[in-house]
Design a protein around this ligand. Structure first.
Ligand code: N01
Length: 515
């Protein structure tokens, strides 16, 4: 099949408001997976609104040199669309994006997508009990909306004096400018997170000089990446169960980390020992080694894997700068100690708006408050990462406290897809007009989560990370085994929701319909 992903798109007539039963916003792993499920269940009255021009989400957007996944390929894929053809144990961005495009075609959901459609507002209309969606491709109404925009979609730009006056090439890691030729240039990278540690080794040998501005040193572990041999690929393809077995083994091994990360942070010392040995072996210069040795417990921030980052830092043309940045000038960066380093290009690898996403301002719930206003007050929270009080008939994929640092997000996404698909089926089967998670249920769920999180290395490991919100709560990570989340989300639990049936007045709203 040679159909392009943007073919067969359903374009609305812009002047009209179009009603659809379910609107999914975003078509990364999450939105696409749900679209496939809905189609498989014969629920064709849905649309996926996607601001990009193809599916893929973060894997479409992050095209920086060296971009690759740090979860093994056979686990980092849909359970219903295993891929025996992965060429490496850890896939690169292009191969993952190719896989996602292929799945979208194979499961025939592209005709339900509207691409280049930037959703600008999602507002609940209580009188009509439906969502009103404004977008660059017209207006829609929907009975239910599923937000699948992802947590790592809005680049966070550092608020550094003068940065807007920089006259050379400047771009964020997630918006890589492929027209900018860095060969022979003096380049600076701000940030040393998961993106930066892949970019730095990928460009170090081609640039003239590379200044890596490090605020906090990351912990690094070995990356056991290798190409799959032909016999292995043939086995994955032709021996029944071989790929499932490999996937199950990867899952089980990764899941053992949960004990150290969430219950007994002291166990993380074993990983720390491996990481220290790696530092010792890969960095010759003792001064540099000291600079890049982290001063917090491993696992507190995301553990990174690379065999190339430290050797890249050890190169003669690469400098790690740990003095804070005071100012960016037209052609240089000045640090707080007064040193000025001239550069031609500046790469901003400073992460994403996770707990303060601007997307939250665009979603307005039942009482007229936006998600960002609600989160401002109570912190980013949801029930099972999937539903939020005051936002009826709305579900979230990759919502609050669903994130992971140790294994595949696709596992969590598929768990949520089960839950949301079950919710939509329940709404239909029971003839429900609205479903809104009960406040007491949401509060109890989040109290329990925060109790668990208090013991984790993320909260106790002595670091500052994007896992925490401005209230000091970890509102991003799931603090337990992932199979527990799978079990929690297997079925929609309608009794956790206030529901109304068609024709019921708002006064009846709080009554739960008979189960
Ligand atoms: O972003 P980050 P990322 N001045 O937030 C620094 C996923 N991912 O794009 O640590 C100076 O991790 C900041 O410093 P500090 C993965 O989930 C996966 O790298 O806050 N520095 C940090 O060093 C990952 O966790 C993969 O002190 C500033 C860096 O910028 C998530 O995406 C690959 C600064 C930001 O690191 C985000 O990763 C890539 C400032 N004002 C991404 N502001 C794989 O699967 C921030 N920093 C391999």
């Amino acid at each position: 099949m040679s159909r392009k992903v943007t073919d067969n798109v359903v374009e609305p007539r812009v002047a009209e408001t179009r009603h659809v039963k379910t609107i999914i916003v975003g078509s990364g792993f999450a939105g696409l997976g749900l679209a496939i499920r809905l189609r498989q269940e014969g629920r064709d009255d849905f649309l996926v609104l996607e601001r990009g021009s193809e599916v893929g989400g973060t894997w479409r957007d992050n095209t920086y040199p060296g971009a690759a996944c740090d979860v093994p390929s056979h686990l980092y894929s849909y359970s219903f669309a295993l891929n025996p053809d992965w060429t490496r144990s850890f896939s690169k961005q292009g191969e993952i994006q190719g896989y996602i495009l292929g799945v979208a075609e194979r499961y025939d959901v592209l005709d339900r997508h509207i691409f280049d459609c930037d959703v600008q507002s999602i507002r609940w209309n209580d009188a009509d009990a439906q969502w009103e969606i404004g977008s660059t491709k017209g207006n829609f109404t929907a009975d239910t909306v599923v937000s699948a925009v992802g947590a790592l979609c809005e680049p966070s730009l550092p608020d550094i004096k003068g940065i807007n006056d920089f006259e050379g090439e400047i771009f964020h890691s997630a918006r890589w400018n492929h027209d900018a030729d860095l060969t022979g240039k003096r380049v600076a990278v701000i940030g040393t997170g998961a993106s930066s540690i892949q970019i730095v080794p990928a460009i170090a040998s081609k640039v003239a000089t590379l200044d890596v501005y490090q605020r906090t040193a990351p912990w690094l572990l070995p990356r056991s990446d290798r190409p799959y041999l032909l016999p292995e690929r043939l086995a994955f393809k032709h021996i029944p169960g071989a790929q499932r077995l490999s996937r199950a083994a990867i899952y089980a091994i990764r899941e053992t980390q949960v004990v150290g990360l969430t219950r007994f942070p002291v166990l993380m010392k074993a990983f720390e020992a491996i990481s220290r040995a790696k530092l010792q072996i890969e960095i010759r210069d003792p001064e540099l080694r000291k600079k890049v040795t982290p001063n917090y417990r491993i696992g507190c921030k995301r553990m990174l894997i690379s065999n190339e980052y430290y050797p890249a830092l050890d190169r003669d043309n690469v400098d790690v700068v740990t003095d804070g940045i005071a100012e960016v000038k037209a052609g240089s960066i000045v640090t707080e100690d007064g040193t000025e380093r001239e550069i031609d290009a500046l790469i901003v690898a400073t992460g994403f708006h996770v707990t303060d996403s601007p997307v939250y301002e665009t979603v307005v719930g039942r009482d007229g408050r936006s998600l960002s206003e609600v989160f401002d007050e109570v912190g980013q929270q949801a029930y099972k990462g999937s539903a939020i009080e005051n936002f009826p008939n709305m579900f979230f994929l990759v919502g609050p406290n669903v994130g992971l640092g140790h294994t595949s997000m696709v596992f969590m996404i598929e768990s949520q897809i089960n839950y949301v698909a079950s919710a939509l089926a329940t709404i239909d089967a029971k003839g429900l007009h609205t479903v809104e998670v009960r406040k007491d249920v949401q509060q109890a769920y989040n109290r329990d989560l925060q109790d668990k999180l208090a013991k984790t290395v993320w909260n106790t490991g002595g670091c500052a990370s994007w896992y925490m919100d401005k209230h000091g709560n970890n509102t991003t990570l799931w603090p337990d085994f992932t199979f527990r989340f799978r079990s929690l989300t297997r079925q929609f639990d309608v009794d956790a929701y206030n529901v109304t049936t068609a024709g019921a007045s708002r006064a009846d709203d709080q009554k739960v319909v008979a189960q």
